[in-house]
Design a protein around this ligand. Structure first.
Ligand SMILES: Nc1ncnc2c1ncn2[C@@H]1O[C@H](COP(=O)(O)OP(=O)(O)OP(=O)(O)O)[C@@H](O)[C@H]1O
Length: 252
């Protein structure tokens, strides 16, 4: 139902041993939004999206995805982890990776059918990787690997897409191509959450942003939330702000 929230997070906290990585996060995201998750290193961005994806159990709190919790909710979700979190030496072709996106939808007795082959082909086309589909993934550039990852997500489908730093280590052309696909998903009514580092592109890329530093510092339309004041509150001193050009850059 279109009135349902894409994502509803209540009182979410997660720890690694004694380190509280995410604390008391409350968040409502409406459907059909392209959302940036922004915050300094170690702010808990990856941890938060791992929790949403079900890859990390929370200490407490609830996560509802298009109205559903647990497995039913996760069936509506597609998670694209950081490229660095994947073993690219695994012997599989680009097409093989994209086909993996369809396996979750295969019942025990169902074969990989015409619709699956079509979805894989369409996904490879969407990211302009059809000509390299037989290439081993270890022999692709970083940007090409990221395109293949995105194609797998497209083949999988779903209502909510979680992307952990999709632009890390990719060239400008690939970044543009990925952004075009993410905008198409949004325009088709999907919800896309992107962990993002480049503050220069935030205003151009995202309808709304979540500023995170362990907990949500601010959330809302980018035009309202992406202010020097909020950015200072999120990044502390690690920020250089050039008010004259309205540019904000993180200082590592
Ligand atoms: N596997 C782990 N074991 C222990 N602590 C961890 C682990 N993963 C993350 N942490 C800690 O949890 C906190 C949040 O980490 P997380 O990776 O979620 O941050 P992030 O915002 O995604 O950072 P970055 O921008 O650097 O990728 C950090 O203090 C980090 O050191």
């Amino acid at each position: 139902m279109s009135t349902q929230l894409a994502l509803e997070i209540r009182d979410l906290s997660l720890s690694y041993g004694v380190v509280r990585a995410v604390e008391d996060v409350n968040l409502n995201i409406e459907q059909g939004r392209l959302v940036g998750i922004i915050g300094p290193n170690g702010a808990g961005k990856s941890t938060l999206i791992k929790a949403i994806a079900g890859a990390k159990d929370p200490d407490h709190g609830t996560i509802r995805i298009v109205g559903e919790t647990g497995r039913a909710g996760r069936r509506k979700l597609t998670y694209v982890p950081q490229r660095g979190a994947v073993d690219w030496d695994f012997p599989i072709s680009a097409e093989g990776v994209v086909r993996q996106g369809r396996f979750g939808g295969l019942g025990l007795l169902r074969r990989f059918g015409k619709a699956d082959r079509r979805a894989v082909q369409d996904a490879l086309d969407a990211v302009a990787m059809t000509s390299l589909k037989d290439r081993q993934i270890g022999e692709l550039s970083g940007g090409q690997q990221q395109r293949v990852f995105l194609a797998r997500a497209l083949a999988q489908g779903g209502e909510v897409f979680l992307m952990d730093e999709p632009f890390a280590g990719v060239d400008a052309a690939t970044e543009k191509a990925i952004m075009a696909v993410l905008r198409e998903l949004r325009d088709a009514g999907k919800t896309v959450l992107v962990v993002h580092h480049d503050l220069v592109t935030v205003a151009d890329y995202f309808d709304e942003i979540v500023l995170l530093n362990r907990t949500t510092v601010a959330h809302g339309p980018t035009s309202r939330v992406f202010t020097p004041e909020n950015m200072r509150a999120t990044y502390g001193g690690h920020l250089a702000i050039f008010d004259a050009q309205s540019q904000i850059e993180a200082v590592e």
